[in-house]
Design a protein around this ligand. Structure first.
Ligand code: HAM
Length: 430
């Protein structure tokens, strides 16, 4: 019987692990550049952490069970409730604004499809204790800079932004009753997609007339603040969002932004700016989603603090990088292979390998005694750049043989020049 990984769960063999490390490395570098500090929490949480505030969609996807102590527990499907839970008891002691990031593995029992798995990793960056649009701009800019760090441009990725405060204002102007706002948000979220018909029907069933529904639908075609002003003259809507756009433009990142009033976000806790990053071709699902959630800390921890942030998944992002040819090639195996001509060369080869490893080079050698030809074949199979050949004659001269495998060039170098030679041949130090 062969036991396989569960559907929707990935095995990370070294080649895919190298890609994951590349993506995480970029995420971590950019977050640190913005002064964010790394944290983590437990992968298993009390079930009620999610049933209280995350919204029905995510609750329906929970991996949950009763543990041996009779507690209702769930694998974390997202990080934001854990963050709110962790910050709340220490909120007064922590220096504001709190800038925290993490790259947790998350679990959602979803129907497996392109870009959607049952586990994924998500860079979460959250800024807590900041109310103004500059905080929103900081968070969106961070998400954009992760894209840029990975080689993506505004021609590859778009940030679609809206604001639930602005949308609530519009719904009020269209005559939607406050009680119908969640339903109207759900409909707006699906405009232009197959699920829209059902959401539209739900509004009709609750007595909403055709005219406000048509105007709700038309929000999808508003692409600028000028068009918004024309559609709702005199309402002075979207001041915060305009200020956020202006700040991101001042940073030089304006070319990434699109005003898109159909961005609402599925999670229930968002209260202000909401945004999602998509591939420009729109052939993939969202890469990243986030927004302001000013009341979640109060709801989960009794501390009233404004907060906002985003989650950026690794699955869709990696697909896009692959499509654009932006993934690293080559594995992470050793650059340098040390081959020995005779069994007597072993102690010298071990000493050399250790010296080079101390200097940061990635070094491998055949563990058992092997014929020289076989050692070269192993070096080749490993993708080594350079083979250093240790033999009695070279040793007597204080040299080692050097073979550049890619170019097929062979020579000899003095022992004190080996490190410089390896660097010149493109071997990296860890
Ligand atoms: P979310 O929109 O549910 O937000 O997820 C954010 C991103 O995670 C998505 O855009 C997508 O790239 C990725 N993602 C979500 N589910 C899956 C899945 N099943 N398979 C692969 N990738 C997936 C949140 O989770 C919020 N807690 C983000 C946040 C942080 N908001 C404020 N702070």
């Amino acid at each position: 019987m062969r036991i396989q990984a569960l559907p929707g769960f990935r095995d990370f063999y070294p080649d895919t692990m190298a890609i994951r490390s590349h993506v995480f490395g970029a995420m971590r570098r950019v977050a640190l550049r913005y002064g964010f500090e790394e944290y983590d929490g437990p992968p298993l949480e009390p079930l009620e952490l999610y049933t209280q505030k995350s919204g029905d969609e995510i609750v329906a996807q929970l991996y949950h069970f009763r543990d041996k102590g009779d507690r209702e527990v769930a694998l974390r499907p997202e990080m934001t409730p854990t963050l709110a839970r962790m910050v709340a008891p220490k909120a007064t002691a922590l220096k504001k604004p709190i800038r925290w990031f993490t790259i947790p593995q998350l679990f959602r029992y979803e129907r497996q499809q392109r870009g959607r798995l049952r586990e994924h990793f998500q860079l979460n960056c959250d800024l807590i204790g900041e109310t103004g649009p500059l905080g929103d701009a900081e968070i969106v800019a961070l998400a954009i800079d992760v894209m840029r760090e990975l080689g993506l441009t505004a021609a590859d990725v778009r940030v679609r932004m809206s604001d639930r405060r602005l949308l609530s204002g519009i719904l009020a102007a269209l005559g939607f009753d406050a009680a119908l706002v969640p339903l109207a948000f759900q409909a707006l979220d699906k405009v232009g997609r197959s699920e829209y018909a059902g959401r539209r029907q739900a509004l009709i069933d609750r007595g909403v007339a055709a005219e406000p529904i048509a105007r709700l639908e038309a929000l999808g075609s508003i692409r600028s603040f000028e068009a918004l002003e024309l559609a709702f003259p005199g309402l002075a809507l979207g001041g915060e969002l305009r200020a956020t756009f202006a700040a991101i433009e001042a940073m030089g990142l304006g070319e990434f932004l699109d005003l898109d009033l159909t961005i609402v976000r599925g999670l229930a806790y968002y209260t202000g700016t909401v945004f999602e990053l998509f591939d420009a071709g729109r052939s993939l699902r969202a890469i990243c989603g986030g927004g302001r959630y000013d009341h979640l800390l109060a709801a989960l921890g009794g501390v009233d603090m404004p907060a906002l942030g985003f989650g950026m998944g690794d699955v869709v992002l990696t697909e896009l990088l692959k499509e654009k040819g932006l993934l690293p090639t080559g594995g992470t195996a050793a650059d340098v292979f040390i081959a020995q001509v005779t069994a007597d060369d072993r102690p010298f080869a071990l000493g050399l390998a250790h010296q080079l490893r101390d200097l940061g080079f990635r070094v491998e050698y055949a563990i058992g005694d092997q014929a020289l030809g076989k050692q070269f074949r192993l070096a080749d199979a490993r993708g080594a750049r350079v083979v250093l050949v240790v033999g009695p004659d070279d040793r007597a001269r204080g040299e080692v043989g050097v073979k550049d495998l890619a170019r097929g060039i062979q020579g000899a170098v003095k022992l004190d020049a080996v490190a410089a030679e390896l660097t010149a041949l493109g071997c990296m130090r860890a």
